[in-house]
Design a binder for this molecule. Structure first.
Ligand code: ADP
Length: 400
């Protein structure tokens, strides 16, 4: 059975068509970009490794979706003969506010609630809605689902999610920690437990999703009890271009000195800081590692800061849960950077973490244990797959 997974942004549509079953497979994937601009484009790849690219006018999301469906059914580079073969569509949705604790079938009521959350994710939720409307336009009878980045974290206790602000601001604007990357944190924790033969309901797990965006989550007995991203995805560990945790006073000082407007300050903390801004080299961890190897002092300091900040979160989440049984590393950096894994996970013996430097260097994107066999706390690298989770949730919701 084929499930189409969509991640709609304001000017782009990322898609994957997955054949679901015992061993799900990606049949095709691609991206439509520059929607609404003068000339849009589509890049598509199928499971026969054929690539197709085209430039054409894509004035809106409906035209973008039609382009995706045309690519999927095309005689040359397509993977299905007719649109009837798409049995369901799953949408990634950035923000479900306090409404959604799990994935849902899209109904008018769900749409209204996603709309209600637009204030909380002004760049993302309106774009997801455009994708849902467009899909309904083009394939009106195919069931659609919404899978939220935030829903897994709705289990956090108020002591984790509240900010020390006047309570009225929570009541009025719902300002609180929401957390993101929930799909990934849940998926890698469950996958690691499956591999280890553990019941997640008995375990305390810290999941580190380290990609361009990065967040760390404390999962106690299957529930997210704290996570590093907050009201927005800016809070938490240092990221490719986002600051992560920062003294609010420093931001106000910078805004005053540099005469930044609110939107300039927003762009500054999201796009001009993090490893890229600090190193003045790159946001890409591979570039930083290469430069550090050559002895570039700024690159070395950037890596040190990055690892230090991740380490601090691991320590604090072990404190929050009164211990930890498993630490999972995922995301582009967590899965691939043996350098960062080593920097973060060595010298944690106080927690019962015995890092295995040899196992650490021998893997690439595979699911593996990188702690010593007698380590009280297990460490694993697990490949995340957010599209697969969206497709699995969609199958569960639509077909039971
Ligand atoms: P996104 O948040 O955009 O999905 P990813 O999860 O793909 O990001 O992670 C991107 C990051 O992973 C980049 O910083 C990249 O440098 C890093 N990365 C990918 N491969 C490697 C590698 N082999 N070694 C170190 N870092 C890597």
């Amino acid at each position: 059975m084929n499930v189409l997974v969509l991640n709609c942004g304001s000017s782009s549509i990322k898609y994957q068509l997955l054949e679901m079953g015992e061993n799900p497979e990606v049949r095709a994937k691609g991206i439509v970009e520059r929607i609404g601009l003068k000339m849009g484009c589509l890049a598509h790849k199928n499971d026969r490794n054929q690539k197709y690219e085209t430039e054409t006018e894509v004035p809106n999301h409906t035209v973008g979706i039609k382009l995706v469906l045309e690519a999927l059914t095309n005689k040359e580079h397509g993977v299905i003969e007719s649109l009837d073969e798409i049995k369901a569509v799953g949408h990634r949705v950035a923000h479900g506010g306090e409404f959604f604790t799990q994935s849902v079938l899209i109904t008018d009521e769900v749409i209204a609630k996603i709309k209600d959350c637009c204030d909380l994710a002004p760049l993302h939720n309106p774009a997801h809605l455009l994708g849902m409307y467009a899909m309904k336009d083009v394939l009106p009878t195919v069931p659609q689902t919404a899978v939220f980045d935030t829903s897994f974290h709705q289990s956090m206790p108020a002591s984790s999610y509240m900010y020390p602000l006047p309570y009225s601001l929570y009541e009025q604007y719902k300002i609180r920690r929401y957390g993101f990357h929930g799909t990934s944190h849940k998926f890698v924790a469950e996958k690691a437990c499956k591999i280890l033969g553990w019941d997640i309901k008995d375990k305390k797990i810290i999941t580190c999703h380290l990609g361009n965006g990065a967040s760390i989550t404390a999962i106690k007995y299957g529930d997210s009890v704290d996570t590093s991203m907050g009201f927005t995805p800016v809070e938490g560990v240092m990221m490719g271009t986002r600051t992560g945790d920062l003294d609010l006073g420093a931001l106000l000082f910078i805004m005053e000195k540099e005469k930044l407007s609110i939107s300039q300050a927003n762009s500054f903390i999201n796009k001009e800081c993090g490893t890229n801004g600090f190193s003045e080299i790159s946001s890409d961890m591979r570039d930083l590692q290469d430069e550090a190897k050559k002895g570039n002092e700024r690159a070395i300091l950037t890596l040190d800061m990055y690892a230090h900040r991740v380490k601090k979160y691991i320590g604090s989440y072990a404190a929050v849960m009164n211990g930890v049984d498993l630490i999972v590393m995922t995301g582009g950096i967590g899965e691939n950077s043996d350098v960062i894994r080593k920097m973060v996970l060595t010298d944690m013996n106080y927690l019962g973490v015995e890092f295995d430097a040899v196992k650490n260097t021998d893997l690439r994107g595979t699911d593996a244990t990188i702690s010593k066999s007698d380590s009280k706390v297990k460490i694993m690298t697990i490949t995340t797959d957010e599209e697969l989770v969206i497709a699995m949730d969609t199958v569960k919701l639509v077909f039971g």
